[in-house]
Design a protein around this ligand. Structure first.
Ligand SMILES: O=c1ccn([C@@H]2O[C@H](COP(=O)(O)O)[C@@H](O)[C@H]2O)c(=O)[nH]1
Length: 684
């Protein structure tokens, strides 16, 4: 290993852990009152700073309270406010530019966003406390019309020119015409003079309600406003404006081979028109940490999900005649990696623009130890907490109380996870809990004696259910959608009994989960059984620490290295290598491939059914466009007029688990044991 960055014989077989103040996990308490701090923090030292630096969030899905039960992700939005404020101050101090960007999906995943009608009326104003420079819209802003209008009438007005919905329009109820929810593009100049043309593109989403319109990428790249903006002639500009860099946001996976990503189409259009201008992409939707290299001057960052990750991006070597800031800020590491790509090897128009560019990216775990370390270089809470951050923390606590999110519905006797155990096992939520909860929770008393078959999509379950007190908040965290239970009466048993298998084996049906679930392989889920840590191995050689490359502080850091037991968490490999995760973790097993798209339950009280016996076929309205064609394939033709509410028009996928919990988990409520290992740390 010596060849990487000098002799370090005394640290072989230890992990690279940077020293933090004693008692770090306990001193630095703010967050939500019931949350805990991480046991240890960043492993790779200070962040690299270039001319352009970006903090990226995506797919927050309402988790602004942080992960109350998971130590490693315990910071709340108030802590993030303090963090971003401190990082802005640092950017000013270093004389460089820093942007803060978000790539959408603000709801459907936690009580704070989903316990109100419409979703987001209380959480969006909390979200608005971050000083974002650019934002874009996600598909979860468009499923329900009232949520889409909340974004049109309120959210887009708060953010003005910064909210980019370049391919998403909504029906204006006053003019009766479609108009963009936000803006199509933003052309602006940073404090240090970088001239940026920015767009925000939702993937080709088709599940939106009928008040919005999503233009597919193939259409957008032909639209005249887009071509003009790319050419430097945005609306109303007669003379060409200079563009130092394109910033392309998208609620859109950064990996081109993700079946839902449309970034390649936009990239091709921009790159063809502007062969020598860097493009920087920030994506989302697939809930992973990822960094993709498109060409030597185009890279793309994706920063996870659910307030588990804050993405950090920096680049140096931008050749702008207008840039007045520092090129390599003093006293901090700088981006060192070139974007090496096979996409443009023989481009006759290629210049050496890309040759000067260097990049860095880091995925920060969403906890206060991490935020304080990077913001202040210590665990000094008083130096870190910004008054506005503290206010936001208090506001979240008050809002959670107002929404009764802490109200306990039952005491969950065990943990059921989405992917830590294979489908079929009793620890897996789809096999170990959902069928039983459907049978026990979805009951129309007047039809309860009829044979019943139930079907839901697996995508409706969004998170693990943890052993311990099961609160109203948890009910949104696990099953947030308000998809209504409907049914078709008197379906022949021979048909109903074949439906689930057909839905799960015929590729025409996917529960509206168009992306292959296996693409979530990088997702991190808690796992109580996965606490046998990986053998400790040195991997630092693959990617020298920036300090070590620069010859700074390396000696002091190396001498103080400690060996610690790693907690389970993200272990990411991307186009720049395996050094992106800011905190080292052990790998978590993932059986997501085993999960079917549809989950069923047979709630028939009798076992003596014949082929023609009538059964109540119960499903959710969200999948009626799968169920009706599948029934037709089975020779039973039904139409929408055959479908009725099973219980009432509001009994939904967010209701049945609560009903079941109150029935089945009433024991031990006052003394409910909490599962160990939440947040990847068996210790307290
Ligand atoms: O009403 C709904 C809406 C969505 N779903 C599920 O969610 C995914 C989309 O979530 P992403 O975070 O954008 O991937 C969709 O494919 C469905 O599986 C739902 O169940 N009900």
């Amino acid at each position: 290993c010596d060849s990487c960055y000098g002799p370090q014989d005394h640290v072989v077989r230890t992990r690279n852990v940077y020293p933090l103040a004693p008692g770090q996990g306990k001193l630095a308490k703010r967050m939500q009152p019931d949350a805990q701090n991480a046991s240890y923090g960043p492993s790779r030292g200070p962040l690299a700073w270039g001319e352009l630096n970006v903090i990226h969030t995506t797919d927050t899905h309402g988790w602004l309270e942080g992960h109350i039960l998971e130590k490693n992700y315990g910071a709340d939005w108030g802590d993030f406010v303090s963090f971003t404020k401190a990082m802005r101050n640092k950017a000013d101090m270093y004389g460089v530019d820093m942007l803060i960007v978000d790539t959408g999906d603000l709801h459907d995943g936690a009580g704070l966003s989903d316990a109100t009608s419409p979703n987001g009326v209380l959480s969006n104003p909390i979200f608005d406390n971050i000083d974002y420079d650019l934002l874009t819209i996600g598909n979860h802003e468009l499923y329900v019309s009232s949520v889409a209008y909340e974004h049109f009438y309120n959210f887009s007005r708060v953010w003005g020119e910064k909210y980019l919905t370049s391919n998403v329009q909504i029906l204006n109820q006053t003019s009766n015409e479609f108009q963009y929810i936000g803006r199509k593009y933003r052309y602006f100049t940073t404090p240090n003079g970088l001239r940026i043309m920015a767009f925000g593109f939702l993937f080709d989403f088709t599940g939106n309600s009928n008040v919005s319109r999503v233009y597919p990428a193939a259409t957008v790249v032909q639209q005249s406003w887009f071509k003009a903006a790319v050419a430097g002639y945005p609306d109303n500009c007669e003379t060409q404006v200079p563009i130092d860099i394109f910033v392309m946001l998208g609620h859109n996976p950064v990996r081109w081979n993700d079946s839902e990503s449309t970034f390649q189409t936009y990239y091709n259009a921009i790159r063809t028109a502007q062969p020598n201008t860097p493009i920087q992409v920030f994506g989302g939707h697939s809930h992973i940490r990822d960094f993709a290299v498109y060409d030597e001057m185009t890279t793309a960052l994706e920063s996870g999900r659910y307030c588990e990750t804050a993405g950090w991006f920096s680049m140096a070597g931008l050749k702008s005649s207008n840039y007045t800031g520092a090129t390599l800020p003093a006293g901090v590491p700088h981006p060192t990696q070139h974007a090496i790509s096979s996409n443009r090897t023989n481009d006759p128009n290629a210049t050496n623009v890309g040759a000067s560019l260097t990049y860095s990216r880091r995925y920060l775990d969403w906890n206060k130890v991490t935020f304080e370390y990077h913001a202040t270089g210590s665990q000094n809470a008083s130096a870190f907490d910004y008054y506005k951050g503290l206010q936001v923390t208090k506001n979240i606590t008050a809002t959670r109380t107002e929404l009764h999110l802490n109200q306990i519905l039952g005491c969950a006797p065990q943990t059921w996870c989405i992917s830590c155990a294979p489908y079929g096992s009793s620890e897996n939520i789809y096999s170990g809990l959902v069928p039983e909860a459907l049978v026990g929770g979805v009951v129309n008393a007047s039809r309860a004696t009829n044979p019943r078959f139930l079907v839901v999509n697996s995508g409706g379950i969004r998170f693990d259910l943890v052993q311990g007190p099961f609160s109203i908040d948890d009910s949104y965290i696990v099953s947030p959608f308000a998809d209504i239970f409907v049914y078709i009466p008197a379906v022949p048993y021979s048909v109903a009994s074949q439906l689930l298998n057909l839905l799960n084996t015929n590729s025409a049906f996917n529960g509206k989960r168009k992306r292959d679930l296996s693409e979530d392989i990088h997702s991190r889920n808690l796992q109580t059984s996965d606490f046998s840590f990986e053998p400790i191995r040195r991997d630092d050689c693959q990617s020298p620490h920036p300090d070590q490359l620069l010859g700074k502080r390396a000696v002091a850091s190396a001498i103080k290295r400690q060996s610690i037991a790693l907690t389970p968490g993200y272990t990411t490999t991307d186009d720049l290598g395996s050094d992106g995760d800011d905190t080292l973790h052990s790998h978590i097993a993932n059986y997501v491939d085993s999960i079917p798209a549809f989950i069923g339950a047979n709630a028939s009280l009798t076992s003596s059914l014949t082929a023609t016996s009538p059964v109540d076929l119960i499903f959710i309205d969200y999948i009626d466009s799968d169920v009706l064609p599948a029934l037709a394939l089975l020779g039973a033709t039904y139409t929408m007029s055959d479908i009725q509410y099973y219980i009432n028009s509001s009994f939904s996928t967010n209701t049945y688990l609560n009903v079941y919990a109150q029935k089945a988990w009433s024991a031990n409520i006052t003394n409910c044991p909490v599962g160990v290992g939440v947040g990847g740390d068996a210790g307290t």
